[in-house]
Design a protein around this ligand. Structure first.
Ligand code: SAM
Ligand code: SF4
Length: 342
């Protein structure tokens, strides 16, 4: 079978390594009220508001994607709660559960959650990941340029509203790695699932350095001084490696030291319609016009299907393969978490 025949015989959401795509992340804005040092550039160049896809267009794309096998949609940003109309959008996504969507999730910095938690729950949000990198108010302020208190209030509001909440913490060496113990103890007290994330080369100013990464092993070494640690059952396609800390769950997303790319089932769309088959993809696919046409006509053209099929099929093996290429080839795009959506 030649490569074109092989391509034509596959599901349009399968890549060349046999990985079927089931999760879609949608960034609804690149704007954010925080300025996390590991994410936002010093001088952000925001997307032009008129270039953003409308919620109508985003919904049409989500519907198309669910019809082709997407089971989970995560809404992210930037800060997704900064986009007006977000609760209504979540409520509309609910209708896709009738055609195969299983979960609707969001990742937020938590700052506005005090007011949004209950409406999001009512709109049908299933899961909420909230970022929290420090419990020390001064350190939190240094890391994010915002106050800690509203985030803690937001987390409490989300729990009260009955949302399923996970906490994400990015650790930077010498900056907030003293928070490993406090965060684990706090999360256990609050009955919240905590996931540490290794710092990835996705900061807006591209200052990432391997020496700044707090690795999975560094985290475990610290925890072992006070806790009983064991591995827990892995869930397929879950980016976090699971541990039990004194019997309670902890996840570590160790993209740098234990990449989960072999099982990756994710696709991404940014707020202005650029589609990415990988967080680290050197080049995206501009689908804005195709998605707007899809929203207008109510059906997908073969051009859109063919473009997606081709681009998804050619997804690279993963982070390490792309890093190797980057050593010999010039970067095609500046990769930044706030604009692609984490
Ligand atoms: N503003 C929301 C938030 O902070 O949760 C959603 C968008 S943010 C880009 C999504 C996730 O990406 C957050 O958990 C954040 O900590 C993570 N993130 C951002 N930059 C990162 C980096 N360079 N390395 C690892 N994780 C990063
Ligand atoms: Fe904003 Fe989230 Fe990036 Fe922090 S990690 S600057 S909260 S988008």
């Amino acid at each position: 079978m030649n490569s074109m025949t092989a391509l034509a015989s596959r599901s349009i959401f399968q890549d060349q390594f046999g990985r079927q795509k089931r999760k879609l992340r949608i960034s609804v804005t690149d704007r954010c009220n925080f300025k996390c040092s590991y994410c936002m550039p010093e001088h952000p160049e925001w997307m032009n508001k008129k270039d953003l896809l409308s919620f109508e267009a985003l919904y049409a794309f989500c519907e198309f994607m669910v019809r082709h096998g997407i089971e989970q949609i995560r809404v992210t940003g930037g800060e997704p709660l900064m986009r007006q109309g977000i609760v209504h959008f979540i409520a509309r996504l609910q209708t896709l559960k009738a055609i195969g969507l299983k979960r609707i999730s969001m990742t937020s910095n938590g700052h506005y959650l005090k007011d949004y938690a209950q409406p999001l729950k009512q709109a049908g949000l299933d899961d909420l990941n909230i970022s929290l990198d420090s419990l020390d108010p001064r350190q939190f302020q240094q890391l994010t340029q915002k106050q800690l208190q509203p985030v803690l209030q937001g987390i409490a509001a989300a729990q009260q509203a009955g949302l399923s909440v996970k906490i994400n913490s990015v650790l930077l060496k010498g900056i907030n790695d003293d928070q490993i113990m406090p965060l684990v103890k706090w999360a256990q007290q609050q009955k919240l699932e905590l996931r540490f994330i290794e710092f990835m080369p996705l900061d807006g100013d591209q200052k990432w350095n391997p020496a700044d990464v707090v690795s999975e092993q560094d985290i475990l070494n610290q925890l072992k001084t006070e806790f009983e640690i064991s591995r827990s059952q892995e869930q397929a396609a879950n980016p976090a490696r699971g541990y039990l800390v004194n019997g309670l769950p902890l996840g570590i997303i160790s993209t740098i030291t234990h990449s989960f790319c072999g099982d990756c089932d994710r696709l991404r769309l940014n707020a202005q319609g650029e589609f990415y088959n990988c967080l680290f993809a050197r080049q995206g696919l501009n689908l804005k016009a195709d998605i707007e046409q899809l929203a207008r006509d109510g059906f997908a053209t073969n051009t859109l299907k063919d473009k997606l099929h081709y681009y998804i099929w050619h997804k690279e093996a993963g982070f390490h393969a792309i890093q190797q290429q980057a050593q010999t080839q010039k970067p095609i795009r500046k990769i930044s978490m706030h604009s692609i959506g984490g």
